[in-house]
Design a binder for this molecule. Structure first.
Ligand code: NDP
Length: 457
């Protein structure tokens, strides 16, 4: 950890300091939670239609700042400008979707003898969101906006490398007329501000996205207070390519290079049917050579830098210079650059084939038949995402049922949609974000029985 009281935000493409922001300590977290609790009481008392109206106004405000937010994301996270615009648009669209839910947080009426029985979905109170650096804006939004729509207040701790877009979103919320302190962003170090949020008895739920190691610690600490937690953790997702597939589409290198591979859904285990292995290798070699890596602000760039020096060292540790691999190119000089890489000499149980690298690196592995493909796909502690490619419908159905992962795509590398559920099996996480049930995850069910027998004398 560097200076405990401030965070230096670096531009990953140039290593220049973009901003310095104060780092919150435990006292600041405590004060923020107290303010949030007060704001939440007023927010929950508003008519649902009024909450929805304010959230739609927030969406309009984000919409008129998409370009500014995108440029900020390019500077603090090194995302390509095209991706960054999509990310700001994703935050806006999720706000609109969640606003629609504010008026549909419904309970049920359950028939019982001697009275009426009704259930209510009540807001939890103050929700703590801990976000990572790989998609600072969307992940902050996925944790926070459905929580707000369900009547909660949010205290958000962004990653120390990328606090700027989250801070700007909170300013835009105020500009749009959301109550003071309803959405507070507290930059800080994970071991200080993150832990303080997790341990705070006034925080009713934690939504954590990041590494499995830290997620495990967050869950252990939440257990002490019996605090519910949603975890979106790591992945090592397969891309299963059968011989009858459209190989060019199946081997699109952006299935693992998007966001420089810093994506928990990256399809980093390319499992290829043995009869087309050589063809797949040749296609990937050409595709990697064609990837434009460079200045993320340039409209033509397809891949930018890694987030930090530490991440660059970590990625390098998986790719020895003499490792058999297909390699693209990357700039020299300042910035955290690593070329697109496919390792071709790995065994399926090697470190590079099993651990989440979080860089532009995949492994290429052959499989013998359908059974072998499913076995390899499932032979990992993770279960977040994956693709499978075949023109055989029966096989597509069988394999998508057999692969244990939360988000699969058939003949597509489709990514996350805000209106469908997202989350992992196994050590990739717990709970789901987004989709039609997103708001319910931020409510507690209350059951009320009302006797029709009249008061007891
Ligand atoms: P972490 O899981 O450590 O960080 C994620 C968030 O948790 C950050 O905001 C971090 O703060 C915070 N945090 C860290 N420690 C604690 C703690 N003890 N209590 C509460 N919050 C905490 O990820 P890293 O940044 O260290 O990345 C390491 C690896 O994790 C990557 O290489 C990648 O493999 C994986 N990863 C996976 C992600 C995913 O989306 N699944 C996202 C990010 C990383 P701070 O920034 O101050 O450390």
């Amino acid at each position: 950890m560097s200076d405990p009281h401030e965070l230096k935000v670096l531009n990953p493409a140039t290593e220049e300091v973009v901003a310095t922001v104060p780092a919150a300590g435990a006292a600041e977290v405590d004060a923020a939670v107290v303010r949030a609790a007060r704001a939440q009481a007023g927010w929950a008392a508003l008519a649902p239609a009024d909450r929805a109206r304010l959230l739609r106004r927030f969406a309009d405000t984000v919409d008129s700042h998409v370009e500014e937010l995108a440029r900020l994301e390019v500077r603090e996270a090194g995302h390509t400008i095209g991706n960054a615009r999509w990310e700001a648009g994703n935050a806006r669209d999720l706000l609109l979707y969640a606003a629609g839910g504010a008026e549909r947080v419904l309970g049920r009426q359950i028939p019982v003898p001697g009275g009426w029985n009704v259930t209510f979905q009540e807001p939890l109170g103050v929700v703590g969101v801990i976000a990572p650096w790989n998609f600072p804006m969307p992940i902050a939004a996925w944790g926070s906006f459905p929580a707000l729509a369900a009547g909660n207040a949010v205290v958000l701790k962004p990653a120390e490398a990328t606090p700027l877009t989250a801070l700007r979103l909170a300013e835009l919320a105020l500009e749009a007329g959301l109550p003071d302190h309803l959405l507070q962003v507290l930059p800080g170090h994970g071991a200080v501000a993150g832990r303080a949020l997790v341990d705070h008895p006034g925080v009713a739920k934690i939504v954590f996205t990041g590494s499995t190691r830290t997620g495990r610690e967050v869950m252990e600490r939440c257990a002490r207070l019996v605090k519910p937690v949603t975890l979106e953790l790591g992945g090592k997702s397969p891309n299963i390519v059968f011989a009858d597939a459209d190989l060019t589409a199946a081997l699109d290198p952006f299935s693992f290079l998007d966001n420089s591979g810093q994506d928990c859904c990256a399809r980093t285990r390319i499992l290829v049917h043995a009869p087309v292995y050589d063809e797949a290798r040749a296609l990937l070699a050409d595709a990697l050579a064609a990837v434009v890596v460079g200045d993320p602000a340039d409209e033509k760039t397809r891949m930018g830098p890694l987030i930090s020096h530490g991440q660059l060292d970590r990625v390098r540790s998986f790719v020895p210079e003499d490792a058999p691999a297909l390699r693209g190119s990357a700039p020299d000089g300042p910035g955290f650059w690593f070329p697109p890489t496919v390792l071709t000499g790995e065994r399926h149980d090697s470190r590079a084939a099993r651990e989440e690298i979080f860089g532009p690196v995949a492994v290429l592995l052959p499989f013998a038949d359908e059974e072998d493909a499913v076995r390899l796909a499932n032979d990992t502690p993770y279960g977040l995402s994956g693709s499978l490619w075949t023109r055989d419908l029966g096989r597509a159905l069988r394999v998508s049922q057999a692969v244990r992962a939360g988000n699969l795509s058939v003949n597509s590398h489709s990514s996350v949609r805000y209106w469908t559920p997202f989350g992992g099996f196994k050590q990739s996480g717990l709970g789901r974000e987004l989709g039609p049930d997103a708001l319910t995850a931020f409510t507690e069910t209350k059951n009320v029985f009302i006797s029709t027998e009249g008061p007891v004398q």
